[in-house]
Design a protein. Structure first.
Lengths: 157, 156
């Protein structure tokens, strides 16, 4: 059993038996992601995002800086990182068509609590409404990146 | 710093050997996005930048990101060599969290072309974004990418 206190994760972020809440996302809710700082938003998006299953923290259950707590290894607070945010609306409004079959790639925010990080969520990739584990061809990823670049913000923490 | 670009066809490990034996002070070349500086940047500095991005990604990428691999690293070196005369338009070089490297060619603040060099296959992405227009992205072979890029840059 993971001891969240020993990891230095604040109490309010522990799961403590709470279940995932997927019916209370609002379009203007922010999704926070820990990012390595770079010189421009374009580079931040390029460097820090893949478009598989991406981890975020929900604003409803956390402050921006809470995403800097790391539950996966011994470096428990990543103060050298920045926090980027995207609104649920910005994520879920993105539609990019596959260049050949013209089926749409879309994204869904899913609350996916971890034992020591209740706000943890993922953004899932859907193709024609069905979950997929990766995006092919690469040009689709490049187009998604241009959409992220338009709306991503760096939070003041 | 010894020119690396002529080495790109030799055995893969040569590059890693070379960098491992390059003195730290020589590796510490600054890279800035200001146009003035970029105009002066040499192929070696670009190569150095790619290498540093590669090294940083090994240290910094989390488990939901995809590391660039050697293949994309050498493809990026080959790319630099091919576009040597157009270096002045390069605004940034960045490792991609989805594997590989990306070069941004920028014309003022209104138009850019990203060349994304990915892991695992021979396809590169040519993405053109112009203010007021939908960005367009194409999956192309290496030679098609070079041809398309050079064609586009002629009009800049």
């Amino acid at each position: 059993m993971v001891n969240c206190k020993e990891l230095g994760i604040p109490d309010h972020l522990h799961k403590n038996g709470r279940i995932a809440e997927n019916n209370n996302f609002t379009f203007d809710e922010k999704m926070f992601r820990r990012v390595i700082p770079k010189e421009s938003l374009s580079e931040i998006v390029k460097y820090n995002f893949d478009f598989k299953s991406m981890s975020f923290n929900r604003e409803k259950y956390s402050d921006a800086k809470d995403v800097l707590y790391n539950i996966k290894d011994n470096n428990h607070y990543m103060s050298s990182h920045s926090v980027a945010s995207l609104r649920v609306e910005d994520i879920e409004n993105i539609i990019v068509l596959h260049p050949d079959d013209k089926q749409p790639y879309t994204f869904k925010s899913i609350h996916d609590p971890e034992e020591c990080m209740y706000p943890h969520s993922i953004v899932q990739v859907l193709k024609q409404g069905t979950k997929v584990s990766e995006i092919k061809p690469s040009s689709v990823k490049s187009l998604i990146r241009t959409e992220y670049e338009k709306t991503i913000k760096i939070e003041k923490i | 710093m010894k020119a690396l670009l002529d080495f790109y066809e030799v055995k893969d490990d040569m590059h890693f050997f070379f960098y491992k034996h390059t003195p730290k002070e020589e590796q510490n070349i600054s890279f800035t996005s200001s146009n003035e500086k970029i105009n002066q940047i040499s192929s070696d500095e670009l190569t150095e930048k790619i290498w540093k991005e590669y090294e940083k990604s090994l240290e910094e990428f989390t488990d939901d990101l995809t590391l660039p691999d050697k293949k994309s690293f050498y493809k990026a070196l080959r790319f630099i060599k091919e576009i040597n005369g157009h270096r002045a338009f390069i605004k940034s070089v960045c490792a991609l969290g989805s594997g590989g490297f990306s070069f941004r060619f920028q014309k003022q603040d209104t138009e850019y072309i990203d060349i994304d060099i990915y892991n695992g296959d021979d396809t590169l992405v040519f993405l053109h974004s112009k203010k007021g227009q939908e960005p367009k992205a194409f999956d192309l072979s290496f030679s098609e990418t070079i041809t398309m890029l050079k064609g586009a840059l002629k009009h800049w």
